[in-house]
Design a binder for this molecule. Structure first.
Ligand SMILES: Nc1nc2c(ncn2[C@@H]2O[C@H](COP(=O)(O)OP(=O)(O)OP(=O)(O)O)[C@@H](O)[C@H]2O)c(=O)[nH]1
Ligand SMILES: [Mg+2]
Length: 684
């Protein structure tokens, strides 16, 4: 096994994602980093609403991140772009889509058992995308309970070995500083200033020895030479320890854990130094992505944004070569456009730049066809997509319409733009109900999306529950005459049919049969009869489309002068409209197959939840490849799914989710059915 690898400090501009469970302190950490590196004079707070991150109207309003914030700064002569990702699972696509472009992710977490499943989800995403990661245990000012046993709590969330890089030191019960186990140096935290080096002595020195040994043991799992040194009780040189930390982080073999308090900027400088010395850079990232070296410049679009004034901005990282004003980019499918402006971003503010160098993360203006997740090439032939991050299927829907009719077109255009920026939004037009249905990742996601329609595009909307695709069918057969006769002077109208209406099995739809003998209904009028019937079936006696029935035309009569297509059409319609109410009409509702994934301590709650919503549990199983998780399968009426996701999340601390697909239509009778029919009548 290689013992040393090439662990020299990476060069060039870095791109670092700040990720982690909801409200763990990512935006606050970004603020601390920007203050520490001199981009802002002092650190703002979420409470005061004056942070660089969360600068949008919607984020300020909800006091949480609802989209990506990008901020570029300089630290010790190198450029760093931080991507502050929202922690809410509803906005997780913003995180997933940026990951391909980053060198490393800083996973901001808390010592909170309830947030472990969410942490596990994030770490899995990073593991799956092979992103090197550092854990930053934040909010250690909140109390020291459990801090001696950080790894016991956090390790189950990570499939790779965690390495404790720092241990806390105490003043009474409070954490007052830390020992860095690689440097073997003790520090005391100073609020909003660099920590001060102090002597490593007493109890801290003893704890340091034990903790350092266990850090080295983990590193030695991937370094035979180090293993021998440990066995022979030889102190490995400090450089070797740093080399191993660097290499094993880069190769995703370990995940180091640092700690601090973002709101006081404690532990921030050590984090920045770890990024500077130990995290990989653009060369390793390009290799990870399989970018073939060539003359062409290649960039990855982390996010597309349509601003109301400046047109489209594509936030992108240069993965090969460089680009500037006038560079024409291709996507694998089409020409993306010509760059008209390169900008360095710090939250909401942007600064014009001449060009973007290798490794830099910038915003390109006017790439009209570039979308979130696109791989861009400046050259003759487009580089294949370096990543394809499909959004998770949506889980919640609302029907929307413009408050004012005149905004209909504007609404359509605005929705298209929002969906391009945020591929986790889906827009579906329901031709039957003429509804525009907005599908998204949760309540807050849909709320923010509709707020953007108002804030950015000035479209006021109304929101409703989307309608459920009810149908109706019949249980009994009947023979019915349909007669249309009008003789009001001049040309009359005459059509007369007899039809047999009979129920069919579920899923059969509608079929029509011509059983006329002896030409009692002339051949050329028969298609009109069928048309009249089909037309009438759109709206059955209960108010819904009628399905699963067979109609035979068995008899009828005609008039040589007064009969027409129109008259037979009407006769067919009358036959159905008068016949169906005698056939015991019954409501049909769509039943979906639902699959819920959840941490197994929530499985019982989920089962109860499903049964409470007329769900029929088919069974549950352990989730393959996911220790501590279950999959629950059930059949459930579509009408009951509604806001199921909200309850699943509240039962699972945000970690559980579900997928669904249409399974079958089932008869619905009794009070629920009566209510649905009554509501339909009232709406007509
Ligand atoms: N006590 C304490 N509170 C903190 C610390 N860091 C952040 N907070 C608070 O935690 C809350 C969430 O902070 P944010 O920075 O918005 O967290 P976030 O991870 O960006 O949140 P989302 O992006 O919405 O997931 C705010 O009330 C912060 O003031 C910390 O180190 N200590
Ligand atoms: Mg945030």
């Amino acid at each position: 096994m290689a013992t040393n690898g090439n662990a020299a400090r990476a060069a060039g501009p870095r791109c670092v994602a700040l990720v982690g469970p909801f409200q763990s302190g990512k935006t606050t950490l970004l603020e601390a980093i920007l203050a520490r590196t001199g981009v802002i004079p002092r650190q703002g707070t979420i409470e005061a609403g004056n942070t660089v991150g969360d600068g949008s109207h919607e984020a300020r309003h909800h006091r949480m991140s609802v989209e990506l914030t990008v901020a570029t700064t300089n630290f010790m002569g190198d450029s760093y772009t931080f991507l502050d990702c929202p922690g809410s699972v509803e906005f997780v696509h913003d995180m997933r889509a940026v990951l391909p472009a980053v060198d490393v992710a800083v996973v901001v977490c808390e010592l909170d058992e309830k947030k472990i499943p969410q942490l596990q989800l994030i770490l899995r995403e990073l593991e799956d995308q092979k992103i090197p990661r550092i854990l930053f245990l934040n909010k250690i000012d909140k109390g020291s309970a459990g801090v001696h046993d950080v790894l016991t709590l956090l390790q189950p969330a990570s499939r790779t070995k965690l390495i404790l890089r720092q241990i806390p030191t105490f003043a009474g019960d409070l954490i007052s500083g830390f020992v860095d186990l690689a440097l073997e140096r003790a520090f005391v935290y100073k609020e909003h200033a660099a920590s001060e080096v102090v002597a490593l002595e007493g109890d801290a020195a003893d704890r340091e020895k034990t903790a350092r040994f266990s850090m080295l043991e983990t590193l030695a799992d991937h370094d035979d030479e180090l293993m021998e040194q440990l066995l022979e009780d030889i102190q490995p040189p400090r450089d070797k320890v740093f080399d191993d930390l660097t290499r094993e982080l880069r190769d995703g073999l370990v995940c180091p854990v640092l700690m601090g308090t973002a709101s006081r900027a404690n532990g921030v400088l050590r984090l920045l130094k770890a990024l500077r010395h130990e995290s990989p850079g653009i060369a390793e990232t390009a290799k990870r992505l399989g970018i073939k070296g060539g003359a062409d410049s290649i960039a990855y679009v982390l996010k597309t944004q349509n601003s109301t004034h400046g047109g489209r901005m594509s936030i992108a990282r240069m993965l090969a070569g460089q680009a500037g004003d006038g560079t024409t980019f291709l996507t694998p499918d089409e020409e993306a456009g010509r760059v008209a402006g390169v900008f360095k971003l710090v939250g909401q503010s942007s600064e014009k730049r001449g060009s973007a160098a290798l490794g830099e993360t910038v915003a390109f203006a006017k790439l009209d066809k570039a979308r979130t997740g696109d791989t861009l090439t400046a050259g003759k032939q487009a580089h294949p997509a370096i990543a394809k991050i499909e959004p998770y299927p949506p889980v919640l829907a609302i029907a929307i319409s413009a408050k004012e009719r005149k905004d209909d077109v504007k609404l359509g255009q605005a929705l298209n733009k929002l969906a391009e920026e945020d591929p986790s939004v889906t827009i579906v037009h329901n031709p039957e109900t003429h509804e525009v249905v907005l599908w998204g990742q949760g309540e807050m996601h849909l709320r923010v999306t509709t707020e953007r329609l108002g804030d950015r595009y000035g479209v006021a909307i109304e929101r409703r529950q989307p309608s459920v695709g009810y149908r109706e069918t019949i249980r009994k057969s009947v023979t019915q005459r349909g007669r249309h006769k009008k003789q009001s002077g001049g040309h009359g109208q005459y059509g007369d049919v007899v039809i047999d209406i009979k129920p069919m099995p579920r899923g059969a739809g509608f079929s029509f049969e011509d059983k006329i003998t002896g030409g009692v209904v002339p051949r050329n009028y028969i298609p009109s009869v069928e048309e009249g019937i089909i037309d009438a079936l759109k709206h059955g006696p209960l108010g819904f489309p009628v399905v699963d029935l067979h109609v035979s035309l068995v008899d009828g009569s005609y008039h040589t002068v007064d009969s027409s297509d129109m008259a037979f059409r009407t006769a067919g319609r009358i036959g159905i409209v008068e016949g169906l109410p005698q056939c015991q009409p019954v409501l049909l509702e769509p039943i979906d197959l639902v699959e819920i994934v959840c941490p197994n301590e929530a499985t019982a709650k989920i089962n109860a939840l499903m049964s409470g919503r007329r769900g029929q549990i088919l069974g549950f199983d352990t989730r393959e490849g996911w220790e501590g998780w279950d999959v629950v399968r059930a059949k459930m009426p579509e009408a009951e799914i509604g806001d199921l996701i909200v309850e699943i999340r509240s039962a699972t601390a945000g970690a559980g989710t579900f997928t669904f697909k249409f399974d079958h239509m089932a008869e619905l009778t009794g009070r629920t059915a009566d209510q649905i029919v009554a509501a339909r009548r009232a709406a007509e």
